[in-house]
Design a protein around this ligand. Structure first.
Ligand code: GAL
Length: 515
């Protein structure tokens, strides 16, 4: 059911057990790149050997310095009033060789302090095991292109369960296989900058699915009985709308979803397992046209299909934007051959009327999020979903009205999806604070809190969107009329810290006492 903004919205409440949170990732916030016994990740290697590749020639050496400022981070989470913090563990900080032969005591102590303090403050840790910062040592041995990584990742996951599983009950294995493989091993604009869009991209995705499944099975076999937690896959999904009502454009929409979300969702979440047939058929046909004797999308064996199928306790979903999608003759000759883009053979653009931001790939279109969530419900038998990333970038400054609008409209889409029976249990905003936005460096700011990246103290200040998010979380409704001034208001110590019901109770109490 569609809902309009304004008055009626304020009547719709998030369910009492719906949970709110915020997300970050280790390389984007921690800094301390060579402190405390940590070794290089492949991002440390990229920014040192190829600094010109980052838009502002910056790096994550210091970033938000959360390695040293994590107590302030937790204070911010408390200020927002949310109770989930999704962060990631830096593999080379915990295991400097990448392998479990040596656990770095300082890395271990850091994550223990962080997890303990979160729990003391009533905040549930959702821990991403891997958010793209592979130990450089393992990268030099082939990284995600080496099938051995299934064992490397499994051994790492086992250490995580052993060390933190008594307190961490929500594990997210590998962040966004599509984005990691397409950027890192396809287009080559993220670490490790491998350019292999027709082969490496698919091999990376295949190995990630197997490594994810290995981590899941290890938990199920050796830890679940005693630790009683959950392990989930983290997938990105954008939505697509057909450019025209032609059959070709309708097919193009299905292929755009098959080559991004379904490529990873179908093997894990569907009843039959395996890649979606659409993907198998298109890559096989393109490979045959190229004179190859086998598909560049190497098939899973029946044993592998079984091994991967069903390996998620919920779906951790990251979503940012919607594309308008088409397929026509204008695409001929547009794509590198061979490549996953050529295999998919889909053109995209954004509707120019959708609000834009500082990141060209994100334009605000809340209804697309609603449609995506309903698609997932219908296609994958209504899985439990936690939204683990959603947000938009701004420039510096505290008045981030485009982000305020984005969050209100995307959370409205969440309410619409809940009304339609989609099983969404929680929502994490990306991101708690400004951070190193990969190849864009600090030119794009995703934080509810701004960080002054010029100031060695890395002070954090709430933006307007932080006040608005806090207001939504504490009242459990989206109030489009609330209009805070981040330059004059404080996020603590006034009405913003109190829910409407507490304020109401206090007012009545004061009235009764004749105060
Ligand atoms: C995601 C990624 C995050 C962050 C975000 C904003 O794909 O997982 O690390 O960069 O995009 O662009």
């Amino acid at each position: 059911m569609a809902h309009t903004r304004g008055g009626r919205e304020s009547l719709r409440r998030f369910p009492e057990d719906f949970r709110f949170g915020v997300s970050t990732a280790a390389y984007q916030i921690e800094g301390a790149w060579n402190e405390g016994g940590k070794t290089w990740s492949m991002w440390d290697y990229l920014v040192r050997t190829d600094p010109g590749h980052i838009a502002d020639r910056s790096n994550g050496d210091i970033a938000g310095n959360s390695y040293n400022l994590y107590e302030r981070d937790i204070q911010m989470i408390k200020e927002l009033g949310v109770d989930i913090y999704r962060f990631s563990i830096s593999w080379p900080r915990l295991l400097p060789t990448g392998r479990p032969n040596y656990i770095n005591p300082e890395g271990l102590a850091y994550y223990n302090k962080l997890i303990d303090l979160l729990i003391e403050n009533g905040i549930t840790p959702f821990v991403t095991m891997y958010h793209w910062d592979l130990p450089q040592n393992l990268n030099e041995q082939g990284g995600w292109l080496n099938p051995e990584i299934m064992n490397w990742f499994g051994d790492y996951a086992r250490v995580l369960y052993q060390q933190f599983g008594d307190r961490v009950k929500h594990w997210l294995t590998i962040n966004e296989p599509y984005v990691h493989c397409s950027r890192g091993y396809g287009r080559g604009n993220h670490a490790p900058r491998v350019r292999s869009p027709g082969i490496g991209y698919y091999e990376c995705g295949r190995n990630i699915l197997l490594a994810h499944a290995r981590a899941y099975h290890i938990y199920r076999e050796s830890f679940r009985a005693t630790q009683n937690g959950q392990v989930a896959v983290v997938l990105s999904a954008e939505w697509g709308l057909p450019s025209t009502d032609s059959v070709d454009d309708a097919e193009a929409v299905l292929d755009s979803i098959a080559f991004h979300f379904d490529q990873y969702a179908h093997p894990v979440l569907s009843e039959s397992g395996n890649y979606p047939q659409r993907l198998i058929d298109r890559v096989a046909a393109a490979s045959a046209n190229q004179g190859l004797s086998s598909s560049r999308l190497r098939p899973f064996s029946p044993e592998e299909v079984n091994y991967i199928r069903g390996t998620t306790d919920f779906l951790a979903l990251n979503h940012y934007s919607t594309d308008i999608v088409y397929r026509n003759n204008s695409l001929i000759g547009q794509f590198e051959v061979p490549s996953y883009s050529d295999d998919k053979f889909v053109g995209t653009y954004k509707d120019p009327s959708w609000p834009t931001s500082s990141s060209p790939w994100i334009r605000e279109y809340g209804p697309g999020f609603h449609q995506l969530l309903v698609y997932i419900k219908n296609t994958y038998n209504n899985p439990t979903i936690y939204i683990t990333e959603n947000g938009v970038s701004s420039t510096t400054g505290l008045n981030d009205d485009p982000r305020v609008s984005y969050y209100r409209n995307y959370l409205t889409a969440v309410l619409d999806a809940i009304d339609d029976g989609v099983n969404i249990r929680g929502y994490c905003a990306w991101s708690l604070m400004d951070n190193f936005e990969w190849a864009f460096g600090y030119t794009m700011r995703f934080g509810l809190y701004e960080i002054d990246m010029e100031d060695p103290a890395r002070p954090r200040t709430p933006r307007k969107s932080a006040f608005v998010y806090q207001h939504i979380v504490s009242n459990r409704v989206i109030d489009y009329t609330y209009n805070p001034d981040p330059y004059t208001q404080s996020i603590t110590g006034n009405a913003f810290g109190m829910s409407a019901s507490i304020l109401f109770t206090l007012t009545i109490a004061m009235f009764n006492l004749n105060l």
